[in-house]
Design a protein around this ligand. Structure first.
Ligand code: SF4
Length: 432
């Protein structure tokens, strides 16, 4: 289930993603409900109640806005179970932090496999031990009235047992080593505050340092944003990269001036001084490059997004591969959205037309959208991705790394359009 956002919400792609994983009935959903303070997931004692990942945005200070993701059991069985497991793997690709919820003192083979996947991706991981009291604290376990066998979960606490390590301590010497272990009770709420503190502090000092544009400009600079209002522009609002740019310019103490393409000449003439930077929608490069004087730095939202998402260098290398692609080369054109695409027909119509016009060759094009980015890219000679504004950094970099590992050049829409317009060097100069 996709998280819905309101106008004041931090976009999902800008939030820290925290995924809850584990076996069916380990108490994931109950714990997630406790943490979010809402019944975002269905809880029952029937194994496999959560069939799709469920997302919820919340504020987790000092971390800030996060997206909590409750996933189906990693041990699901059968055909449907296989699908759920696949989806869990897909969620992992987007996670900044993972929490493995378990009731086992020793990890089962499936839990070991899950931990292996998390470690492969270098994701900070916590183990939330649920229902551990029955095994670890016989005196507590004996009191069944204080426990709960359903998915609502239960847990002894270190305080209750006295002999266990404190809540949140690393499980040194135990089988759940290498990860911080927290004893929680979804039923009573014990340990939940400590787990939230752990999560909130997990990425301390590792916050995103890269800005979309703020580090490229100085206070009081004028930055002109060229935003075409045509049929592909969403009605009554700006798209995410445009919103992010305006906010970033404000944060930098600079001045943003917004212009349509047709008014750009008049807008520039009305300014008392040349702008420090012009940022255009890539699709307008052809017209804008003729209006903006050659000595005024010019780039696009899409090129800024490539830098912001951490794949600028690969995108530059990738776009240069186009010129040497043979007739019939296989190109995957991939978009981050499925429904309500904000990018109109760029991927399906405009880029294919530009490729044909620029190279004079016919390519074999395939398309993917949403989370359906293929793992196996071995059949492709190039991947052209959208700006990825709705995907978080992990997912975007995972896509790029998948291509790089398989030796497939990877670039994005903005780079391709800049290159096809003969403006690649100029448009990337401000960001290199
Ligand atoms: S298709 Fe890509 S660039 Fe366009 S809105 Fe979706 S994620 Fe953003």
């Amino acid at each position: 289930m996709e998280e819905r956002s309101t106008l004041n919400d931090t976009p999902t792609s800008e939030r820290v993603h925290i995924g809850f994983f584990g076996l069916r009935n380990a108490g994931k959903s109950s714990l997630v409900n406790r943490i979010t303070g809402q019944d975002m997931s269905l809880v029952s004692d029937i194994k496999g109640t959560t069939t799709d990942p469920v997302k919820k945005g919340m504020e987790l200070l000092p971390l800030g806005p996060v997206t909590i993701i409750d996933t189906p059991g990693y041990d699901d069985e059968g055909e449907l179970g296989g699908l759920r497991v696949k989806r869990t793997g897909e969620v992992l690709k987007t996670c900044d932090i993972a929490v493995v919820v378990t009731e086992n003192q020793d990890p089962s083979p499936v839990e070991k496999e899950l931990l292996g996947l998390i470690r492969q991706r270098n994701i900070p991981c916590f183990i939330a031990v649920n229902k551990s009291d029955k095994r670890a604290y016989p005196d507590v376990a004996a009191d069944e009235s204080k426990s709960d066998d359903t998915d609502a979960g239960d847990a002894g606490t270190a305080k209750a047992a006295g002999s266990f390590e404190p809540v949140g301590a690393t499980c040194a010497g135990a089988v759940w080593d290498d990860a911080a272990t927290v004893f929680v009770s979804a039923l009573t709420g014990e340990g939940v505050h400590e787990l939230k503190e752990k999560l909130a502090n997990a990425l301390k000092g590792q916050g995103k340092q890269v800005r979309l544009v703020a580090d490229l400009i100085s206070p009081k600079d004028i930055v002109v944003l060229v935003i075409p209002i045509d049929t592909s522009a969403p009605k009554g609002r700006l798209i995410l990269p445009q919103q992010l740019a305006i906010r970033d310019i404000l944060d930098a103490g600079a001045v943003s001036v917004i212009s349509g393409v047709e008014d750009l000449g008049d807008t520039l003439s009305a300014l008392k001084e040349d702008p420090a930077l012009v940022i255009t929608d890539s699709q307008a490069f052809g017209k804008v490059m003729k209006i903006v004087k050659a000595d005024i730095p010019l780039t696009s939202f899409s090129i800024l997004m490539a830098r912001y998402k951490g794949f600028l260098d690969e995108a530059l290398k990738g776009v240069r591969a186009i010129d040497s692609l043979p007739e019939g080369a296989r190109i995957l054109i991939s978009e981050g959205c499925t429904h309500h695409r904000q990018c109109g027909d760029i991927g399906t119509v405009k880029i294919p037309d530009l490729l044909k016009k620029h190279t004079g060759r016919q390519f074999d094009l395939s398309f993917s959208s949403g989370h359906g980015f293929p793992e196996d890219l071995s059949g492709y000679d190039l991947v052209i991705h959208c700006g990825g504004c709705m995907l978080n950094d992990n997912e975007m970099q995972n896509r790029m790394n998948t291509a790089v590992r398989q030796g497939v050049p990877f670039t994005n829409y903005g780079m391709v359009i800049a290159h096809m317009n003969g403006i690649l060097e100029r448009s990337t100069a401000p960001v290199i």
